[in-house]
Structure formats: C-alpha cells, structure tokens
Design a protein around this ligand. Structure first.
Ligand SMILES: [Zn+2]
Length: 286
C-alpha cells in the first residue's frame, strides 16, 4: 500500500474528568491574581479595588495608566490632550521586525498611540498639568512623541501658571528612534528650565521601573522627587553595572529604599497614600 493512501488512525483519548483549576493556574486571567511579592492568590476584584497593591504583603504591581488618573484626580476633572500625536519611523528602523509593524501591532494591542498620556486635571480642587508613562506600550520607552508630550505637559504648566506632575515608568530611550529619542532628554530638560521662571512646583513620581534616559533627564529634575515602594530606579540596570565594574552590588541597590537612604529621592509614598500626599504638597507649594 502506498504511503499516501494510508488512512490515519484516529484514536480517541479517554476523556479525563474536568479537574478543578487551582487558583495558581489563573494568574493574570480569570478571577484570581497571584502576587509576585508573596505568592499569595488574591481575588482579582479585591486586587483591583486595592489599586493593584497586594492586600497581603503590600507589593505594588503595575497599573494601567488610565486607572492611575482615575485614582489620583478629582472625578471628571481629567481632560486628555495631545492625542493627535502619532509616532513616525524617521530611520526606517528594523530589528527583529520593522519598527513600523511593531508600532501597528502595539496600537492594536493597547489602543494607545504612544507610551504617554497627558492632559490637565485637578487634585484636591487644585489644577495641575499632568502626564504619565504607559509601561504597557513598548516598555514605556521614550521616542519623539513621548518627549514632545512631556515637554507639552511642562509648557502647559508654564503657560497656565499651574503645578506640573509627571509619573515615570520606563525602560528609557526608544532605540528604534536612535538620536531622535536621545534628543528628548535635552528638550524636556530645557522646558523644565523655562518652567522654573513661574515658581510653581514640578513633582516627579518614579514608578517601577524608571531607568535610562528618562531617569537621566526630567524624572530626576523634580522640585520634589517621589517614588513608589521597591521601584527599580537608575540609569543603567544593576546587571550591566555589575558586569562593568566587576563587583557585587549591595543588597537593594537601585531600589527606592536604597535611594532614599542615600539622599537620591525625597520620599517613598505608597500608592494608596499618593493622592493625599500630592494634595498636601500642592497645598504647601502650589
Ligand atoms: Zn503579596
């Protein structure tokens, strides 16, 4: 019998009884969420009601950018701006895939045009120009659009004579935009320099992680620099530094607690206290 005429044997597998799914298997989907900090399994609705902070150990998980605004701003006060800005591909960059295609699929997956959301809103009745990175968009990397949006948040605060708040959560520069990405460091720093003239506060909040060109420019130039607990903050990552200096780094290196102890940031504020702390700072400085 020729090989191509062989009938494929169909064997029916014995049907296994449906085993109840252990909550561990449901991480990231369904009704349960497994904490990366303590490994406990928490009911997802409780997790979200607690703004993605583990109710058992206090681990701060990532939070989508729009939830952050919902948590911080007075209800209905947020007006999103700069939504017309869309990233371009000035270098025709190709790595594992074309930058153009990477952007298209990220637009589709996130429903966002780039890794930063900006606008104006109010905290405790006080008007602020505010922006936040969206880590879910290409690791929160800063290309030309992100840099332009950050500069606009600062410029708007300058024009309206109101305080400015930026939340950073980013891996740093967007390598697909090469030098255009690096230029954003100078652009945003120059905008901050101009903003100094109005004598209103610029509050920088560093989330996990804040590294690279963002940490090396506007994120660390705040009049007040705040971090969430245990956030990784630095220029180069710990692995790169360890390989370069060939020395073991101290425990907790580049985490918020280490940086506070060494005078690199002003305060660590847990997420659930962030809104009150910002309102207090705006009352004192704004
Ligand atoms: Zn936990």
């Amino acid at each position: 019998m020729a090989w191509y005429s062989k009938q494929k044997k169909v064997t029916k597998k014995a049907e296994a009884p449906a085993a109840p799914q252990p909550p561990e298997a449901a991480k990231g989907e369904g009704m349960w969420n497994k904490c990366d900090g303590c490994g406990e399994v928490v009911y997802k609705a409780d997790w979200e009601a607690n703004w993605n902070v583990c109710p058992k150990c206090g681990h701060h998980d990532m939070m989508p950018v729009r939830r952050r605004f919902e948590m911080l701003l007075d209800p209905g006060s947020f007006q999103e701006l700069d939504t017309e800005l869309t990233p371009q591909d000035p270098l025709g960059f190709v790595d594992a895939k074309k930058y153009r295609d990477r952007l298209k699929s990220t637009f589709k997956n996130t429903g966002m045009r780039d890794a930063f959301v900006s606008g104006v809103g109010a905290i405790g009745g006080k008007q602020v120009s505010i922006g936040s990175f969206a880590f879910e968009f290409m690791g929160g990397s800063m290309g030309s659009v992100v840099g332009e949006k950050v500069a606009r948040v600062i410029d708007r605060a300058f024009e309206r004579r109101i305080p400015c708040i930026v939340f950073s959560s980013t891996g740093g520069a967007r390598m697909q935009e090469g030098i255009f990405s690096l230029m954003q460091m100078a652009k945003t720093s120059a905008a901050l320099n101009r903003f100094r003239g109005v004598r209103k506060p610029y509050i920088s909040v560093m989330l996990h992680p804040t590294t690279g060109g963002v940490a090396a420019s506007f994120a660390w130039l705040g009049d007040v620099v705040i971090a969430e607990p245990k956030a990784l903050i630095g220029f180069a990552g710990p692995r790169v530094i360890e390989q370069t200096i060939r020395e073991k780094l101290p425990p907790g290196f580049q985490r918020s607690e280490f940086l506070l102890e060494h005078g690199m940031i002003d305060a660590i504020v847990p997420r659930l206290e962030m809104r009150d702390k910002l309102a207090q700072l705006l009352g004192l400085l704004g």
